[in-house]
Ligand binder design. Structure first.
Ligand SMILES: [Zn+2]
Ligand SMILES: [Zn+2]
Length: 168
């Protein structure tokens, strides 16, 4: 990643491969102890951060908004764009989905899991989970995934891979 100068008191957070915008924003905010409103204020984006963390991309973030955020957090606008659904790809806001096998390898929520067309994980040939296989709790929005586990029964996301069905 090419460096952009950011405010010296902010911690830089590197995006992970395939990471969704919601998951990344949550990680950045926690590293810097910022609320969605606080980050929105710093970037002059009002309430947009909270909407984006819930995958509300209607209207989609504009180039100008992404550049304003890039300036604050030190990740280029182009890289931020990669965490969003590509043009013309519909998003499913709920339920939030998970491939536990992917999470075990790289602990993040991937944007492709929320594409309307997504049924499974292509890499692992596994169906995506839309709830905890142990206690049936729905997953929280990825911005809140700091524990890497079900918020109710604490089964880890990595453990959940064993419950995913093979795509046949
Ligand atoms: Zn996977
Ligand atoms: Zn659970």
């Amino acid at each position: 990643m090419e460096a952009i100068d950011i405010e010296p008191w902010l911690f830089r957070v590197e995006p992970l491969e395939g990471e969704s915008f919601s998951h990344f924003l949550g990680r950045f905010r926690r590293a810097n102890k910022l609320t969605p409103t606080g980050l929105g204020k710093m970037a002059g984006l009002g309430g947009a951060i909270a909407r984006w963390e819930k995958f509300r991309f209607n209207p989609p973030p504009s180039r100008q908004q992404l550049e304003a955020l890039a300036f604050v957090i030190g990740v280029k606008g182009d890289r931020l764009q990669e965490m969003l659904p590509p043009l013309g790809v519909g998003m499913k806001l709920e339920p939030v989905r998970l491939c536990g096998a992917c999470y075990a390898q790289s602990p993040c929520h991937k944007i492709e899991w929320q594409f309307k067309t997504a049924t499974g994980c292509d890499r692992h040939k596994l169906r995506l989970l839309s709830e905890c296989p142990n206690c049936k709790a729905r997953f929280k929005i990825p911005a809140l995934w700091f524990e890497g586990a079900c918020q109710r029964c604490f089964m880890t996301f990595a453990q959940m891979a064993e419950y995913q069905k093979l795509i046949v």
